[in-house]
Design a protein around this ligand. Structure first.
Ligand SMILES: Cc1cc2nc3c(=O)[nH]c(=O)nc-3n(C[C@H](O)[C@H](O)[C@H](O)COP(=O)(O)O)c2cc1C
Length: 351
């Protein structure tokens, strides 16, 4: 029996944000038992010229201020995405703003970017020993008017510490954020951020990714694909949480406002991933995210076009042992279909 089968139910008795705060504290102070390493060469993969020991990542939102990056890498993740980080500190929306839909093993959140701000996060990462792949996810402050300037500030301050950077234009909890996905705004935003990245004069600029919503229109998806290829963005993350409420939801919390994540998001999110892979002709690496809770889910995303995958919600219900379980299951699935590495399986459903 793993320790989380005892601890998990106790943590789930607490208010979700209190439980989350405790988890971050424990990871920060290295109290959380580390699993025996499970790294097999079939899971190793290279994306953006960076080596990933395995393709399973921690999605943004768990470690908003980069406090537990090393602790989560030690749990077996192939990469960890910190953030969303806003340019200036802000506290987010009033509580309660995080809800467990236990019957659906899902989550609804309307946290709205609680962030210590870019400079505080940079200060924390500056002293960190560089092990493992760490992405940094950027957002805008709620009260900022100039659309691009917060992202530009985030890039200037945090690019030196990032193995990749993400422009989060898809959280449903910051008014006006998702409109940045429209043709009207996206090209300008990307041009401004790319210029800021060039100005940092780093020896190696981190790849720039765009994180998209699962709730886009067909027109939006086509525009995002065209602009991403045109401007020369390096990858996509598909997807963030959804504002839809599938009819299958059973938990009473389904009426809460915010973004829904976890298993009910798996199918719609993977559909968007597959569409974006097709619309970008398989030329852009995509991180598949949304509803993963098993090796089969991770494999489905890879076959639909994901070069890497990420998860968050399933950790709340299954605990950190899940990471190695997914890695074992994914290894078996790849082998069963005759693949010798992850890259060979990427987009297999489209061939
Ligand atoms: C509590 C919570 C907070 C989140 N915060 C962020 C965030 O700050 N930035 C972001 O890009 N995504 C955020 N997300 C979305 C996740 O990164 C992910 O895209 C989404 O939850 C789908 O994956 P999952 O079903 O594995 O959770 C958050 C998700 C949850 C559950």
């Amino acid at each position: 029996m793993d320790y989380y089968s005892v601890l998990g139910p106790l943590l789930r008795l607490l208010d979700p944000e209190t439980a989350h705060g405790l988890a971050i504290k424990a990871l920060k102070s290295d109290w959380v038992p580390r699993p025996a390493p499970y790294e097999v060469s079939i899971l190793g993969t290279k994306v953006w010229n960076r080596e990933f020991a395995n393709p399973i990542g921690l999605a943004a939102g768990f470690d908003k201020n980069a406090e537990a990056v090393n602790g989560m890498l030690a749990q077996g993740f192939g990469f960890v995405e910190a953030g969303t980080v806003t340019a200036r500190p802000q506290s987010g929306n009033p509580r309660p703003r995080l809800f467990r839909l236990k019957k659906d093993m899902a989550i609804i959140n309307r946290i709205g970017f609680n962030s210590e701000g870019a400079h505080a996060v940079a200060g924390r990462l500056r002293g960190r020993q560089h092990v493992g792949v760490v992405g940094i996810n950027l957002g805008k402050n709620k009260d900022s008017r100039d659309i691009a300037s917060d992202y530009v500030e985030g890039v200037r301050v945090l690019a030196p510490f990032a193995d990749y950077m993400v422009l989060n234009v898809s959280s449903p909890n910051t008014p006006g954020l998702r409109k940045l996905q429209s043709r009207e705004h996206l090209a300008d935003l990307l041009a401004a951020v790319k210029a800021a990245l060039a100005e940092t004069a780093l020896e190696q600029s981190p790849p720039l990714l765009l994180k998209i919503a699962p709730d886009l229109t067909e027109g939006d998806k086509g525009d995002i694909a065209e602009i991403s290829l045109g401007v020369g963005i390096d990858g996509l993350i598909a997807t963030n949480t959804t504002v839809e409420r599938p009819a299958s939801l059973a938990d009473a919390h389904r009426v809460e406002a915010g973004g829904l994540s976890g298993p009910p998001l798996m199918v719609p999110s993977t559909q968007v991933l597959g569409e974006m892979y097709r619309l970008t002709n398989g030329e852009l690496p995509i991180i598949g995210c949304g509803g993963i809770q098993s090796g089969a889910d991770a494999y489905a995303k890879i076959r639909a076009g994901a070069s890497l995958v990420q998860l968050y919600s399933a950790l709340v219900y299954h605990g950190p042992d899940l990471v190695n379980r997914i890695k074992r299951q994914l290894t078996e699935l790849l082998k069963a279909d005759g693949f010798t590495n992850v890259a060979e399986a990427v987009g297999a459903d489209h061939r």
